[in-house]
Write a protein that binds this ligand. Structure first.
Ligand code: ADP
Ligand code: ZN
Length: 607
């Protein structure tokens, strides 16, 4: 590609020069030629001069007549007029006259100048830009394109060599995909029975859970080429480019079969076609092409398409119907065992002390994704280097959980003494309410060191276990716990702060969900008032009820939260002694572990 660059550029250069010359000629030279000598006169003067036979040569043009006097001493011009007998009179006067012949040449020239040359210039610029774009696109997985035509061998075979062993946890997903690996190894086994593999497999789950890794691992295990492309890459260019890229991708994949084609973020092209006005034509064309290609393969031709998305509900139904992406493999956030395994896989790349306990770290990092865990391990290694150690200690890992989840510690603490006291009471308020309701350690650890994320403290929750169902009572208790921070402030300081904003948000969300989604109110029975749009990304919801019902819901939400807030206050008032004791400990130590918390709570009254 590089070698064609220079001639193209110089071609453009010549176009530019030609254009410039013509331009200069028009604005400078032509007026100069005519200026000075030419005197503009009226048509009557022209007619008089003909009659007086005081006329030398005449040049008739379309819109004007240029002429000289008999002695050729002066040049005149006048506007051309409808004058049928002009020719005869000129002849009689003995003038040399002619219609401008140059004009008959000029249409060709002017067509060239006004139509063809600009076109050539635009084509030149277009090609130049095109080439620029291609150069930008020349990443390892990207595909070059030449105005819809494809270049051979643009998809690079993955050389990363990722196998199932590199993907920790996610056993169900691996089991599911192992069948595809087996098929790629041994297609005859399947075709003998008449079984055909699904053409497309959709990997569905939250970001950073290893979907891309799993797809690569399938290719790695099967030892087949891996073509990878992101859904957004298909649509970012010109209209029609996406469709031709899809065509090209599949042409190449078929040549290389058996192979894996991986389309990341397939929702970028596979969104529901909702027929919106001004909808994205390019995306629809691309999607249609993808559907056509998938229908076009015969079964068992060895091309398996894996696609990843974290918004499966937004996919076009045409994409998920049988014969297309009809198999769906959930790739969920890892559980405790999964987290431990992921930590161990990534810890292989760094030096760790012998006493590091990954089980504890995994417990502390509840709710994290694989990508976050990888990040935690790396942060720990960086911390070890910062402390000039050659290996990672338990403390490095523990600290980096907080770093990844809450940001770095702010070195110059901005908390004033009184603020620190408020934060300590607030955090203990949450924990104490939680502990009194469940009779168990409410937290693993609380720290009140400000973080770069803006958090004033950090509370490491206890592992929830593999609990999937929550009772109404548990939900209510959780709301009470959220309100516990504010309740403590009210009881102790008689003053409230902005520190509870996130608690308020969470409590409201839960209370609302109880009514609109879990059917936990007497009034509305088992009627859904809200739909979840997006379970893996934030889980925002849409109301599906009338305005009057909304009003009722709002009232109910307030009611639920108010009752729990009162309950939390009551719990704290009844345990005021413990509240003070625990808050003092946290204020002084800046950190309290779940164990220390329970020791103080169960210690002798007033000790
Ligand atoms: P996704 O495609 O689901 O967004 P990726 O596959 O790109 O996530 O994962 C991002 C990174 O997170 C990987 O490169 C890897 O380092 C780490 N990771 C995620 N899940 C796992 C896992 N199950 N085992 C090991 N590493 C993981
Ligand atoms: Zn709080």
């Amino acid at each position: 590609m590089k070698e064609v660059k220079s001639p193209k550029k110089s071609l453009l250069y010549y176009y530019g020069i030609a254009m410039l010359v013509i331009f200069l000629f028009n604005i400078i030279v032509t007026p100069l030629l005519l200026q000075g000598q030419v005197e503009e006169v009226d048509y009557g003067t022209f007619m008089e001069m003909i009659e007086d036979k005081n006329i030398g040569s005449v040049q008739v043009e379309n819109s004007q007549i240029v002429f000289t006097d008999k002695e050729n001493t002066a040049v005149y011009k006048t506007g051309a007029m409808e004058d049928p007998t002009l020719t005869q009179r000129l002849y009689d006067s003995g003038a040399k006259f002619a219609k401008n012949i140059e004009k008959t040449m000029s249409p060709l020239l002017s067509i060239f100048l006004t139509v063809i040359l600009p076109m050539l210039i635009f084509v030149g610029i277009g090609q130049y830009m095109n080439k620029k774009l291609m150069q930008n696109l020349d990443g390892p997985n990207a595909m070059a394109f030449g105005m819809g035509k494809s270049n051979a061998k643009v998809y690079v075979q993955s050389t990363e060599g990722i196998y199932f062993d590199d993907v920790a946890g996610e056993d169900e997903a691996k089991e599911n995909l192992a069948e595809i690996v087996d098929y790629l190894h041994n297609p005859n086994k399947y075709s003998e029975v008449g079984a055909s593999m699904p053409k497309g497999v959709l990997l569905v789950g939250p970001p950073g859970t290893g979907k891309t890794m799993l797809a690569k691992a399938v290719a790695g295990e099967a030892g087949v080429p891996f073509f990878s492309m992101s859904g957004s890459e298909f649509v970012e260019m010109f209209v029609g480019m996406g469709a031709s890229k899809v065509r090209d991708l599949f042409r190449q994949a078929k040549e290389k079969a058996p192979c894996i084609v991986f389309i990341d973020e397939i929702d970028a092209i596979g969104k529901k076609r909702d027929g919106q006005i001004g909808g994205n034509d390019e995306r629809e064309q691309t999607l249609n092409q993808l559907l056509t290609e998938m229908d076009g393969f015969e079964g068992n031709n060895g091309v398996i398409i894996l696609a990843a998305t974290n918004r499966p509900e937004s996919l076009d139904p045409a994409l998920t119907r049988p014969g297309r992406f009809d198999r769906r493999v959930p790739v969920e956030l890892p559980d405790l065992a999964g987290r431990e395994a992921i930590l161990k896989v990534h810890a292989k790349k760094i030096k760790v002390a012998d006493d590091v306990d990954f089980h504890t770290i995994a417990r502390m990092a509840s709710g994290t994704s694989g990508a976050e865990l990888a990040n935690i391990v790396n942060e720990a290694a960086l911390r070890a280097v910062r402390n000039e150690r050659s290996f990672v200690r338990q403390a490095d890992l523990e600290e980096s959980i907080e770093v990844v989840l809450a940001g770095y510690q702010k070195k110059n603490a901005i908390l004033s003494d009184s603020e620190k006291k408020v934060v300590a009471y607030h955090e203990i308020g949450h924990a104490l309410v939680a502990a009194m309701q469940t009779d168990s350690a409410p937290v693993q650890k609380i720290t009140i060191i400000p973080r770069t994320s803006g958090a004033l403290g950090y509370t490491m929750q206890v592992e929830q276990g593999d609990k999937v169902l929550m009772t109404k009572k548990e939900l209510e208790n959780k709301i009470a716990t959220y309100t516990g921070g504010r309740a403590a402030e009210e009881i102790v300081f008689g003053e409230i702060t902005t520190g509870a904003s996130n608690d308020i948000e969470q409590a409201t969300k839960l209370a609302r969900a109880m009514i609109t989604r879990y059917g936990m109110s007497d009034e509305f029975d088992m009627v859904a008032m809200e739909n979840v749009n997006n379970q893996y990304l934030g889980g925002d919801t849409t109301l599906t009820c009338s305005a009057e019902t909304q009003k009722e819901i709002d009232k109910k939400v307030v009611e639920i939260v108010r009752v729990q807030h009162q309950k939390a206050k009551q719990i704290l008032e009844e345990n005021r002694g413990k509240l003070d004791e625990l808050a003092k400990f946290l204020y002084e130590q800046e950190t309290i572990t779940g164990m220390e918390f329970m020791e103080i709570l169960n210690g002798k009254e007033g000790a």
